[in-house]
Design a protein around this ligand. Structure first.
Ligand SMILES: Nc1ncnc2c1ncn2[C@@H]1O[C@H](COP(=O)(O)OP(=O)(O)OP(=O)(O)O)[C@@H](O)[C@H]1O
Length: 277
């Protein structure tokens, strides 16, 4: 049984807007999955179905094999933690620590357990020094980390992040990328994230779904997806510059191995230019 699955999921918003068409998606345990797609592809709409914020027009969502009902919605939200794209949609308490404590308190944990979870979550996102700060006075990246801490404090089995790097500066992007990698490696949990950035998908994802106009148009490993540049361009996405360059060199007869991330590409270039065994 998969921890999270959708079967033929469709969602039509008021005004006959078909935001999801026949989405069949599977999330096994302990894997990082990227959902990539252009603006309006349906990524946020899909994520809002994962923990019952939206209900399907037709089709099913199964969490640990069970459909979401009024009776199990609290359990579902403990299992599937969704971090919204805009942290302002999620943060509403007067201090950072109260905000992070909100979820654990709401599920009835005792004071000691709440304190422990808040401390751990703030440590994981590197915000221990911020516990008494006013969330709405924090920077975009800091707010994002508060929102993530609030979800981590619920100890979900699946962490769903809608555009985790949107609006962040390069340092913020590096921090969040490192955090997602370390966090899922350490706790062995499933992470599902959406992005327009194929570089981010290449850095983090074990498996990628490509979405456009409410449908999955491709799925596969990083190398399988990056080997379809025409498809990616047709849905307003693009292969990042390093794999594009390596592919062009290969086409011109240079003996160089493909690399999708900066580290992989650096190794490929060093090897190709005889600087490394
Ligand atoms: N509340 C709503 N009412 C009506 N239409 C909506 C609503 N929310 C989203 N849509 C429409 O549904 C489609 C999918 O939107 P969604 O926000 O899921 O896309 P997305 O892939 O997350 O986009 P982005 O990358 O821009 O965040 C879009 O056409 C959008 O205009």
């Amino acid at each position: 049984m998969h921890i999270l699955e959708t079967q033929h999921l469709c969602h039509t918003y008021k005004g006959n807007i078909d935001a999801l068409r026949n989405i069949s998606f599977v999330a096994p345990r302990n894997i990082r999955i990227a959902i990539i797609g252009p603006n309006g592809a349906g990524k946020s709409t899909l994520f809002k179905h994962f923990n019952g914020v939206l209900k399907p027009t037709s089709g099913k969502i199964l969490v640990r094999g069970e459909q979401i009902t009024k009776e199990n919605i609290r359990e579902v939200r403990k299992t599937i933690g969704l971090v919204f794209q805009n942290p302002d949609d999620q943060i509403f308490s007067p201090t950072v620590e109260q905000d992070v404590a909100f979820g654990p308190m709401n599920i009835g944990l005792d004071e000691e357990s709440v304190r422990h979870r808040v401390n751990e979550a703030l440590k994981i996102v590197g915000l221990e020094e911020y516990r008494t700060r006013v969330p709405h006075h924090l920077s975009g990246g800091e707010k994002k980390r508060v929102a993530i801490a609030g979800i981590i404090a619920m100890e979900p089995q699946v962490l769903v992040l809608d555009e985790p790097t949107a609006g962040l500066d390069p340092q913020g992007i590096r921090e969040i990328t490192r955090f997602i990698r370390n966090f899922s490696d350490t706790y062995g949990m499933t992470v599902i994230f959406s992005t327009h950035s194929l570089s981010l998908a290449a850095e983090l994802a074990d498996y990628i779904y490509v979405m456009n106009r409410g449908e999955f148009v491709a799925e596969g490993t990083v190398s399988e997806i990056f080997s379809k540049p025409d498809l990616l361009t047709s849905v307003r996405l693009d292969v990042p510059v390093l794999p594009k360059l390596i592919s062009s060199l290969q086409n011109q007869g240079v003996n160089i191995e493909m690399g999708y991330t900066y580290d992989q590409a650096e190794k490929s270039f060093l090897k190709a230019f005889g600087k490394m065994a």
